[in-house]
Design a protein. Structure first.
Length: 208
């Protein structure tokens, strides 16, 4: 699957009903918000009968879980490309991961909303996609922690969650009206905040 220039709206054709419904849902989220449409609306947007979606999804939440899964797969692709196996060095690559996080949140708002929607079914494919995205942060955290002596290294899972929470909070905060009232950009806030965090851990020397 891939995004289209029309905001995700696609029609059903050539038997790709599952894909058509996913992109119909993405378009509806963009137009009406996450809670602004029904399962029948998704069927109508995909150009099929109200009963047709049940061939692939048991209900609207299952459809949204598939939208979220697709979002996490794309998200993981972006983070992996930004990390680039820690090249040219782990710190520079880590900064690129942070930028990729914010860019994804800005450019893929419907997907971002679905990915972090509370109460979606705990589908194995959705969990695996989320774990893959988290795995990039875990790899980056591990590489950065190795700059410290082993006795001083923080727990890398905890560090990964700290970084995820901080990045997500900024992305979510700046998606709303606050972005028009702050003298600092989301990018600047993320960069400066992560540098403070890494200095606090001792990963970046205080004089750098």
């Amino acid at each position: 699957m891939h995004s289209d220039d029309d905001g995700g709206k696609r029609g059903y054709h050539h038997g790709n009903l599952r894909e058509a419904l996913v992109f119909a849902a993405i378009g509806l989220i963009a137009d009406k918000g996450l809670q602004g449409f029904t399962f029948a609306d998704a069927a109508r947007a995909a150009g099929v009968s109200p009963a047709a979606p049940y061939r692939h999804f048991r209900d609207r939440d299952a459809l949204l879980a598939e939208v979220a899964r697709y979002g996490f797969e794309l998200f993981a692709d972006r983070l992996e490309a930004a990390w680039n196996k820690g090249r040219p060095n782990p710190l520079a690559a880590f900064e690129m991961v942070g930028q990729a996080y914010l860019d994804f949140a800005r450019e893929e708002r419907p997907l971002f909303a679905a990915m972090f929607q509370y109460g979606l079914p705990d589908e194995p494919a959705l969990r695996a996609a989320g774990d893959r995205a988290f795995g990039v942060l875990l790899e980056a955290s591990t590489a950065l922690a190795q700059r410290l002596p082993s006795a001083r290294r923080p727990p890398v899972h905890m560090m990964s969650y700290h970084i995820w929470a901080f990045s997500h909070g900024i992305a979510d905060l700046f998606a709303g009206p606050v972005s028009r009232r702050t003298p600092i950009s989301a990018d600047e806030l993320l960069e400066s905040g992560l540098m403070v965090y890494l200095r606090g851990l001792g990963i970046i020397p205080a004089d750098e």
